[in-house]
Design a protein around this ligand. Structure first.
Ligand code: TRP
Ligand code: ZN
Length: 853
């Protein structure tokens, strides 16, 4: 087993040495790729005599200090050099094998192209270095490669020289004027199609924009380019932030562990977040591209110009940058719909992480494998924490805080505290208590009781908060929670609409001058990432669905209403009574469908019932079998009761070319097919007539679990058409993995042999295996343990080739605490088996061992 020592935030120590400048010379030559690093090293602590450099999977050729041989020791993960001078030149020559690198971290090959991924700690697989974010160096990079196979040879910053060499080789020299940590280094060499454009900045500087894609895909790069230009304009308008180099490059690669990477001036992207045309990409894909292109672009200031002091501070750049990309999407599109999808991520995934064995604060305190902390907690809860500060400060003060943050810290590697301090100093707001959001893990539970006193005309809310224990953390302190509240009158008028501060374990809010009990809309727009406990009546919720000022609050009321119906039916199943769906609930939903004022996209959200995963997060233990039956019943019953209206709506929207119309049309189709097979013909017609992937995929999703002959026919037709387009076949693989059928495990095994599948490509694995474990909850949790067994075997395989991907897939296996004993025992057995793997990666070890505590 690899060494599995945890590192702790409290042990942070500034570095003994730093590197101010490095010249990297790459000789790209397949298995014999050579790297020469010439570093200018400075000693920061006079008593330090050993320079310890990080390094992994490297073949060391030579080490010279000021051109002389020195004493050094090579260990498994570091090189320790004896030194005794305050400043010196260090030259290290190593060899690496990018072709053998299946971890997709460091320098590796993606479909014939060389590329790098250095965040978080991958640079150490390229050369021995101070691979920590508080060491910032200027980089000069010289790359040499075969000219015919690798016509484009790229690195960060500006191209300063290039030329031809003997033997069909060529070279290029790149200089990045901005000092950066090693994790932002990038190199790409390959043959691509190139889309070029330019952007004129607010100070009239012209920036060359380049998007590199696999040959033959140029026509699919336009949306990414348009998104980049929109991002650059938006960051100037909303944040006053201008781009700082003369060139911005994006390279799309097939083999990539995550979405994309913000390397300075040279972003590397998963093709999934670049390539799109109407025929092959859905509206969601287009939106995903826009937001990821934005996200990486926004990192140029929040991440690159100001970076993290250490990896415990990851949320400094990720939480803030997710907040920024969410605001970008919301300013460009529908704010309500974007907010709803952010809330869904929190309730479907982050709450589960917070209540599971990997629960950690947005600023973790201890880490075994850093790659395990690129989590929904650090990213999405981190963004919610930034959003709460934005709510407390308001836009103007928040922007003043941002300006102060850059004034103070441009060019530095800083902490989350530095960020909050800038917000505090710019606003005169005391954020001391608020900082607990950075150190305390878990989702606060806020319980609310209300009381109306008709004599005093007084409405009182009694609010109390508790923060559950999480691994390693007990007895937590009360948090500062922004409480965005609306009180609605009987005719739907807004009586109160304001943000209150919850700061005590228990406190009261009193509202005077009310003649009757109002309906409260609590934590509007998810004003804090908390779990709310309040006994809503169905009537109140129907009222909120109709009248709440906030569209998001209307959606939230619908979620609450339908969740209550599902819980009710679960208890009815358990007590042997017949299932029911109250007419006023159906009326509430029907009213939404008939309301001409409502945006179609919002109606589509309301008709997307809460996922099984988010329902599980509302309780401490779950009867999964009853949940499946109850949730299915409620959805089918709702569809049956609204059949006529759904059909009318479907026909109205059928030919409207807009994202919202397509979204609602898809929901209508999905629900109609639950009512009766008579509606098959609509599905078939839509499939045949579709001129865009959104409409096509809507049909396939709607028939996927129907057991119809039609399903197999359409899937086969889709396969014939798209067999040579991997990103589209990913959708097909995901549908296959998501199919709720008895023989699913055999089907999965057969699909592993399919031409469209490959274990070495993360996108393929995420589609088929990820589709099964994340979109096929009931089959994954099959009582006989077959789903667990299947995943365990996959993990054993991936553990050796790509531990990062294995570790991401293990999530549903470690979040077993709410299931029945039968399932728990089977899961634990699988986890124990994983723990005995002889070459268990740090990534899996950290999660599996925590899950078994
Ligand atoms: N910094 C990247 C982002 O959020 C995340 C990332 C890309 C990453 N590739 C990675 C993180 C590989 C860990 C490992 O934009
Ligand atoms: Zn990011």
């Amino acid at each position: 087993m690899q060494q599995c020592q945890a590192k702790h935030l409290k042990d942070y120590r500034s570095p003994d040495f730093t590197i101010s400048h490095v010249v990297l010379e790459f000789d790209l030559n397949g298995v014999n790729t050579k790297v020469k690093a010439t570093s200018q090293v400075k000693r920061l602590r006079a008593d330090a005599t050993q320079l310890a450099l990080h390094g992994e999977s490297l073949n060391l050729d030579s080490v010279l200090v000021d051109r002389e041989k020195v004493n050094y020791q090579v260990e498994a993960t570091q090189l320790v050099i004896e030194v005794d001078s305050d400043a010196f030149e260090l030259v290290i020559e190593t060899q690496i094998d990018p072709e053998a690198n299946t971890s997709l971290e460091g320098l590796y090959m993606s479909d014939g192209a060389y590329c790098t991924q250095c965040e978080a700690e991958g640079f150490r697989k390229i050369t021995y270095f101070l691979d920590r974010p508080d060491v910032l160096a200027k980089y000069d990079v010289r790359i040499e490669a075969d000219q015919a196979a690798f016509p484009y040879i790229l690195s960060n910053g500006n191209l300063v020289e290039k030329g031809e060499l003997p033997n069909g080789r060529h070279f290029a020299v790149w200089e990045d004027p901005f000092p950066k940590p090693a994790y932002l280094f990038a190199l790409v060499a390959g043959d691509f199609d190139l889309l070029e454009d330019s952007f004129i900045t607010m100070n009239e500087r012209k920036v060359l924009l380049q998007v590199f894609v696999d040959k033959g895909n140029l026509h699919k790069a336009h949306h990414a380019m348009a998104s980049l230009k929109k991002s650059m304009a938006w960051d100037e308008q909303r944040f006053g932030l201008e781009y700082d180099l003369d060139i911005y490059m994006i390279v799309a690669v097939d083999f990539f562990n995550m979405g994309a990477m913000e390397n300075k001036g040279l972003n590397v992207f998963n093709t999934k977040y670049v390539l799109a045309d109407k025929e092959s990409a859905t509206d969601d894909d287009y939106h995903g591209i826009e937001s990821v292109v934005g996200h990486e672009y926004f990192h140029n200031w929040t991440g690159n110009r100001v970076t993290c002091r250490d990896w415990f501070q990851l949320s400094l750049k990720e939480g803030l940058t997710v907040f920024r990309d969410q605001e970008f999407s919301s300013d460009l599109g529908s704010r309500a719909v974007n907010r709803i999808s952010a809330i869904r991520v929190m309730k479907n995934q982050q709450f589960a992480e917070d209540s599971g064995p990997m629960a950690h604060p947005i600023r973790p305190e201890s880490v075994i494998e850093m790659n395990n902390f690129y989590t929904v907690t650090v990213y999405n809860k981190g963004a919610e924490v930034i959003r709460m500060m934005h709510t407390l400060l308001g836009e103007d003060n928040f922007q003043a805080g941002m300006r102060l943050y850059f004034e103070r810290h441009d060019g530095q590697a800083v902490t989350c505290d530095d960020f909050v301090n800038a917000m505090q100093d710019a606003s005169d707001l005391d954020l001391t208590q608020f900082k607990l959001w950075y150190s305390q893990a878990g989702t606060p539970v806020v319980s609310i009781d209300d009381h109306f006193d008709p004599q005093k005309k007084q409405y009182t809310l009694t609010v109390s908060q508790t923060l559950p224990d999480t691994p390693g953390q007990t007895n937590k302190q009360a948090m500062h929670i922004p409480f965005d509240l609306e009180l609605l009158g009987s005719d739907g008028q807004s009586l109160v609409n304001q943000v209150l501060d919850i700061t005590q374990e228990s406190q009261r809010f009193v509202f005077d001058g009310l003649t009757y009990k109002p309906t409260p809309s609590l934590f509007q727009n998810f004003s804090a990432p908390i779990r709310l406990q309040y006994e809503f009546s169905d009537e109140q919720l129907v009222n909120l669905m109709r009248f709440a000022s906030s569209e998001v609050a209307r959606w939230e009321a619908s979620v609450q209403l339908i969740s209550q119906a599902i819980w009710l039916n679960i208890t009815r199943i358990q007590s042997g009574s017949a299932m029911v769906l109250a007419p006023q609930i159906v009326d509430g939903y029907r009213g939404v469908l008939l309301d001409p004022q409502l945006d179609s996209a919002l109606v589509a959200e309301i008709f997307t019932l809460p996922s099984a995963a988010s329902l599980i997060e509302q309780v401490d233990s779950i009867d999964l079998d009853a949940l499946e039956i109850a949730r299915e019943f409620v959805e089918e019953e709702l569809a049956a009761q609204c059949e006529d209206e759904l059909l009318v709506k479907y026909r109205q929207l059928h030919h409207i070319d807009s994202v919202g119309a397509r979204a609602l049309k898809s929901r209508c189709l999905m629900m109609l097919l639950k009512v009766s097979e008579q509606h098959d013909s609509i599905a078939k017609t839509q499939f045949e007539q579709a001129d865009n992937m959104t409409d096509t995929l809507a049909v396939l999703s709607a028939v996927n679990n129907s057991g119809l002959v039609l399903r197999d026919e359409l899937m086969a037709a889709f396969e014939r058409k798209w067999i040579d387009t991997p990103l589209v076949m990913d959708k097909w693989l995901m549908l296959q993995g998501g199919q709720n059928r008895e023989d699913i495990i055999d089907r999965l095994a057969a699909l592993e042999e399919h031409a469209a599948f490959s274990f070495t490509n993360p996108n393929r694995v995420r589609s088929l295996v990820g589709g099964f474990v994340a979109q096929n909850l009931y089959r994954f949790h099959a009582k006989d343990g077959s789903g667990y067994r299947y995943l365990t075997d996959i993990l054993k395989k991936l553990n050796g080739t790509n531990p990062q991907i294995a570790s991401r897939l293990v999530t549903p296996l470690i979040q077993y605490q709410k299931f029945d004993d039968c399932r728990k025992q089977q899961i634990k057995k699988c986890l124990k088996e994983l723990l005995t793997l002889p070459d268990l990666s740090k990534d899996l070890y950290e999660k599996v061992s925590k899950a078994l505590l």
